[in-house]
Design a protein around this ligand. Structure first.
Ligand SMILES: [Zn+2]
Ligand SMILES: [Zn+2]
Length: 317
């Protein structure tokens, strides 16, 4: 069986390649993911728990109660419970039985201040299902990843853990992710963003432009980008090779405001990935607002470094 990396909201593990993402919601603090395949189901749930206000056994009984509601009249039996370890944590294992076999792991991660629940469901426990459970649990990491890996649906990149998932859309036609880092001081408001986007079936969807990233940007994408970054204009274009694909880096800057001056800088990398037939466009930006009298300046070099670090970590196929 082939396994692929999944990285999301500071959680990382390896899942079978044929596991499809069916549901995903939330953020770093509280979130949910559900994967399904012919072989089984994997559900992940994490919940903000700054102090150990709930014990693991309380969380376990809450979970069984919820499961009971879902299955209505079916009996849930707890076949086995034992203490185990996941990553660097003491964890609790429950072998649940409904009309399915449902191995469930629960633990408290003090470092990321979350309670994490990892729940599998299989028609029966056989060699394949055992291999899946073993691989997911053995590769699981819930903290200490710096930078964080964002890996799902065939793409992957890394971003500093200060960047939090703020918006996303995942569809068959393509996906976008917006990661935002904020810093507010007395005399400034600073925001940095990573806007990661791709479109599938690019050779059909953009049949006239997909081979030329600059033309594609101009004819298809800049209007989308301007919905988010109103004043954006690219002033510099530089052709580049990226993972053997033809790419372009474009840079821009904009100003706004009177008493509180706003200044933004942008770096975008766009390319067509022939292996996945996707058009990718990644925009890294830095935005600062400060009063006119303040001498603070946007650190363009820092943005440049961030952009290069993120770009070099991207895998597109
Ligand atoms: Zn942890
Ligand atoms: Zn590629």
């Amino acid at each position: 069986m082939k396994f692929v990396e999944v990285g999301w909201n500071g959680i990382f593990f390896e899942a079978p390649e044929d596991f499809r993402l069916l549901n995903e919601r939330g953020n770093f603090k509280d979130g949910y993911m559900r994967f399904e395949s012919e072989n089984g189901i994997l559900e992940l749930k994490w919940e903000h728990a700054p102090r150990r206000t709930k014990s693991i056994s309380e969380v376990a009984s809450e979970f069984i109660k919820q499961l009971g509601k879902k299955y209505k009249k079916m009996k849930i039996s707890v076949k086995k419970t034992k203490a185990t370890r996941v990553f660097k944590h003491h964890a609790s294992y429950m072998g649940l039985k409904t009309n399915m076999e449902e191995p469930t792991y629960l633990w408290h991660c003090d470092e990321s201040k979350r309670i994490i629940l990892c729940h599998f469901a299989f028609k029966s426990m056989n060699e394949t299902s055992r291999e899946i459970v073993k691989r997911v649990i053995e590769t699981f990491k819930c903290h200490g990843e710096d930078p964080n890996t964002w890996s799902l649906l065939g793409f992957s990149f890394k971003a500093p853990p200060t960047f939090l998932l703020t918006d996303r859309k995942m569809t068959v036609g393509g996906s976008h992710l917006l990661l935002v880092e904020r810093e507010t001081g007395l005399y400034k408001e600073m925001r940095r963003e990573i806007f990661f986007q791709y479109y599938s079936m690019a050779n059909i969807l953009f049949k006239d432009d997909y081979k030329d990233p600059v033309k594609w940007m101009e004819n298809n994408y800049i209007k989308n980008l301007k919905k988010r970054y109103r004043k954006l204009k690219f002033q510099e274009v530089e052709p580049r090779r990226f993972r053997r694909h033809t790419a372009a880096v474009q840079k821009g800057a904009s100003k706004s405001g009177f008493f509180w001056r706003g200044r933004s800088v942008y770096t975008n990398l766009t390319w067509y990935c022939s292996k996945s037939n996707r058009m990718y466009s990644v925009t890294i930006s830095s935005h600062m607002k400060k009063p006119v009298f303040s001498k603070l300046e946007l650190d363009e070099k820092a943005l440049e470094n961030l952009a290069e670090t993120v770009f070099s970590s991207i895998k597109c196929h």
